[in-house]
Design a protein around this ligand. Structure first.
Ligand SMILES: [Zn+2]
Length: 484
């Protein structure tokens, strides 16, 4: 009887969170990513519905990068009695224990706040939400998926593997990482296994960076493989050249400084924070910060920024040269790191003009909330959004239409200028994705699309068909497909 290999999408099928894929081969079984479902309370409760696979007999868990939608459920592995090694690139292996620890403490904190009735308020009052829209302040009980002890046990099984080095998991089953240029340490995963006496290969793209990242070295060419599982986050979007202009940031800084205001940038710690810092470093060197200090209010973002200096070979060539000469590309005059809540709260009382980068990027939790309370009602200030916002969360409303919001500190009219800075995405756009699958080293692989809203998957499938004459597959959640 001939041997078969199957792939099952256990998350991120027709959506962008909860990444998790099972590859089942006769030589062994690997799980690629185990990320959190994010967004509404209903989405978060899906994290409790763990895929019913034989977790104790998984041979390896391979993580593409340290974003929580790809790694945030790894802390559940000890309770699932999965003791398989967690393989990651060295920068990802460095970040993972912190990500899991902070995710565990956030889950416990949110649960305690819910039980005590002290859940932070972060909602729009005017205009009222659409019927059926549920905010984060919903009355449903937030789940605790794992605690700090589980996170520590999971972290003990992390095994760093360098890029482009084959690692055997079991006889006849091996893998290697390729740089995906999405965030520091991000990777595509090439898994090779013997099937019917021949070595076959499947590549999992993970999140792909743009063709030219301002921060990271170029992503690697797609190797010669039989099957590709490819992300489609921005499958329906193309960024225009003008939207990526650094001039837009310089304009905002100049405008806000001239009227004596401050800028609050709700920022994601891994990726977006570093790209913004890079732009601000350029402005600092050109003396265009107009006397504004820059405050990085996120220990996780500080750590990820340090990693960029520690792994110069992973940076864009000019930045690599600077880093190797001892010049940290993400450090500049006027940048201050805030390491704790006390420093963060002190900043809200400061009269000093400044640019504050604080999480969460969605404005649903974290220090950004008390900065909002201090800044949102003053028309001299600006809210700077540099990335995608999820409908239903406060960040999306603040960017688009909110007039009156409620926070723990009270009600606030939204008078600050809203600025949407595009072109800083760490994701490839449609053109980049088509180029990636088109510029491969080998023959024509079977292509399966995941990690994108359904409309994005369909749009990318159309673009790949018209641009390359290649058909793709869009499997459903939890459906196993025989790939080889
Ligand atoms: Zn990502």
């Amino acid at each position: 009887m001939s041997e078969r290999a199957t792939i099952t999408l256990l998350g991120a099928a027709g959506e962008v969170t909860g990444s998790c894929t099972l590859l089942d081969t006769p030589r062994g079984r690997v799980v690629i990513d185990f990320g959190l479902f994010q967004g509404s309370p209903e989405q978060e409760h899906r994290n409790l519905q763990v895929p019913e696979i034989d977790w104790p007999h998984v041979d390896g868990v391979i993580v593409t990068h340290a974003h929580v939608d790809h790694c945030g459920r790894l802390g559940m592995l000890p309770r699932l009695r999965c003791a398989a090694p967690i393989f990651a690139t060295p920068p990802t292996a460095d970040l993972l224990p912190r990500v899991l620890r902070s995710s565990a403490s956030l889950q416990v904190l949110r649960h305690e706040e819910w039980r005590n009735g002290t859940t932070p308020i972060a909602r729009v009052i005017d205009p009222p939400p659409e019927p059926g829209t549920k905010s984060k302040t919903s009355s449903s009980e937030p789940p605790i998926l794992y605690d700090a002890h589980d996170a520590m046990l999971a972290a003990e099984t992390i095994c760093p593997i360098e890029y482009n080095v084959w690692r055997e998991i079991k006889p006849g089953l091996r893998f290697r990482f390729h740089d995906a240029s999405h965030i520091i340490g991000s990777a595509s995963v090439e898994v090779a296994f013997i099937l019917n006496g021949i070595e076959r290969k499947v590549l999992f793209s993970g999140d792909l960076g743009p063709a030219r990242s301002p921060l990271l070295r170029a992503r690697e060419l797609l190797p010669d493989v039989d099957v590709v599982l490819m992300e489609s986050t921005n499958g329906a979007r193309n960024f225009t050249a003008s939207s990526s202009s650094a001039d837009a940031l310089a304009d905002v800084v100049q405008r806000v400084a001239a009227r004596g205001g401050k800028i609050l940038a709700p920022t994601f710690a891994l990726g977006r924070a570093q790209t913004l810092l890079l732009r601000l470093a350029e402005l600092s060197r050109l003396n265009k910060l107009n006397g504004m200090n820059v405050y990085l209010d996120s220990p996780m973002a500080i750590r990820a920024s340090e990693l960029c200096g520690r792994y110069p070979a992973l940076l864009e060539p000019a930045l690599r040269a600077a880093a190797e000469a001892g010049n940290d590309p993400l450090h500049f005059a006027g940048l201050q790191h805030l390491f704790n809540r006390r420093q963060s709260l002190k900043l809200t009382k400061s009269a000093q003009l400044g640019i504050i980068l604080a999480g969460s990027g969605f404005c649903d939790a974290g220090p950004v909330l008390h900065h909002l309370a201090a800044l949102v009602a003053d028309s001299r200030n600006a809210l700077l959004f540099a990335g995608h916002q999820i409908v239903g969360l406060l960040g999306h409303s603040l960017l688009h239409h909110a007039k009156l919001i409620e926070l723990k500190e009270g009600m606030f009219e939204v008078k600050a200028e809203r600025v949407h800075l595009e072109g800083l995405s760490g994701h490839a756009d449609q053109g980049d994705l088509v180029a990636w699958i088109g510029a491969r080293e080998g023959g024509t692989p079977r292509v399966i699309l995941n990690h994108g809203e359904q409309a994005s998957r369909v749009a990318l499938a159309g673009a790949i068909r018209s641009g390359l004459g290649l058909e793709t597959e869009l499997p459903d959640f939890m459906k196993s497909i025989e790939v080889l």
